[in-house]
Ligand binder design. Sequence first.
Ligand code: FES
Ligand code: MG
Length: 592
Amino acid sequence: MTDTKTTKHRLRSQDWFDNRDHVDMAAIYLERFMNYGITPEELRSGKPVIGIAQSGSDLTPCNRHHVDLARRVRDGIRDAGGIPIEFPTHPIFENCKRPTAALDRNLAYLGLVEILYGYPLDGVVLTTGCDKTTPSALMAASTVDIPAIVLSGGPMLDGWHDGDLVGSGTVIWRSRRKLAAGAIDEEEFLQAAMDSAPSIGHCNTMGTASTMNALAEALGMSLTGCAAIPAAYRERGQIAYRTGRRAVELVLEDIRPSHILTRQAFLNAIRVNSAIGGSTNAQPHLMAMAKHAGVALEPDDWQRYGYDIPLLADVQPAGRFLGERFHRAGGVPAIMRELLEAGKLDGSCPTVTGRTMAQNLEGRAASDREVIRSYDAPLKERAGFLVLKGNLFDFAIMKTSVISEEFRQRYLSEPGREGIFEGRAAVFDGSEDYHARINDPALGIDERTILVIRGAGPLGWPGSAEVVNMQPPDHLLRRGVTSLPTIGDGRQSGTADSPSILNASPESAAGGGLAWLRTGDIIRIDLEHGRCDLMVAQEEIERRKADGIPAVPADATPWQRLYRQTVTQLSDGAVIDGAADFRRIAETPPRH
Ligand code: FES
Ligand code: MG
């Protein structure tokens, strides 16, 4: 049964299918859709045409179950009186795409913009999951500004190995250290990794995938509670159906991303990111989404609004549990409810439900206080990102929720100099150089050394790579030193538990201060004042500039060249320079 609804405003799809001034063109637009059962009569009846942006495929296994979920989305769209049209998006598989999936985010964005703009779509369901699939989809939805709703795919079930919870990514970083220290062999390493992936879904830790889907919900772009439902749960199919239904209503009500993605919504997302112990990749992605939404978000907003927020979610890598427990404890709505009651959330923000965020959160208190803490009794106080600057870079972030007590004691607790650390730099040009030399005794790495990697930013890698969470040399690991301070112009995996200084902008390849650093230089980190400086005289730095910027690999594909010609720095979201000038482009129909 279909309850056909109509709307007061003329749908943009009617400009294709029901255009009386261009009957010849309408005929051409209409005829081929009959091949899969959509009749010209139906297409001309004024029913909303809803795209399903399909991000799942064999090349994006984290999202692959969207291929099945889309059937439920279609049912929802049909039952609400809409016409579903499913189409593929450019695949982005975090773990497999070389030289990095980050290179593909802007490409997927461009592709989706062209599809949403150039085809007869009135609204879109954005299927998301693996890290960059979420920001690329939301960036495109903002640029085009047709009604859009996020359907995340959900995390995998909890993984277990040897009686312990093992989470995506985090198990790799932890097993790597055990392998280097000789505590496990390669066989066990592989088995622990396999055990961390027990079902369909995206990473089950609070890595970049879980983070970005949580933030999509925090922004108001998905149904309440959507982000945390595990991929294999019955509820996942149910919310897919409801998301399809709601997409049709969004078109009828003309609720568009530009109504929802306000500065207040982005500040809410920054605060939620701190409370969930979210990925450091949220910084460039949220910034990119804000740019395309036309929202003025400053790099410093991460510290201004996010740093004081406590850690509430006891989820790996900052905590202990994984996606299933987080969902059962109440998921993102329970976190947001804590923030709302503490006066740290703007509850008036509109959302895709058609209600305000505060209305969505009614009755959504946490049900398991072991996993989701109350605001007054958090896991950690002040758990957001610190923003650092100095003569090495204008901007970098540090995720404070993963600073262990042991690390704090070792590096940041010298009496009278709390939060200050000075160490000798060991500098690596890219990860090949790191792997080749980290165990080289000539570098003299000890527990006072700061590991630095450069050539890992958007221009340098290219794409910006998750390589800054470098582990110490084997001789230190064997002595129990599991992390050294690290700095880099690349990123680190959202599943990593190292307190690195990341996303340094401008990067070395753009002539940032890291380019002039040499092994043996002293670096001074002052967390209290948000500084990170190279303790070398300015004349000496000037002299080194004559040596030129450290070399980076040549472009290997046409896109790499275009990407490098257009990309901005991580502090600005590594977006395509100038693309943010294009906003709400669907308001002007494309020519025939
Ligand atoms: Fe795809 Fe983590 S690798 S979600
Ligand atoms: Mg990653």
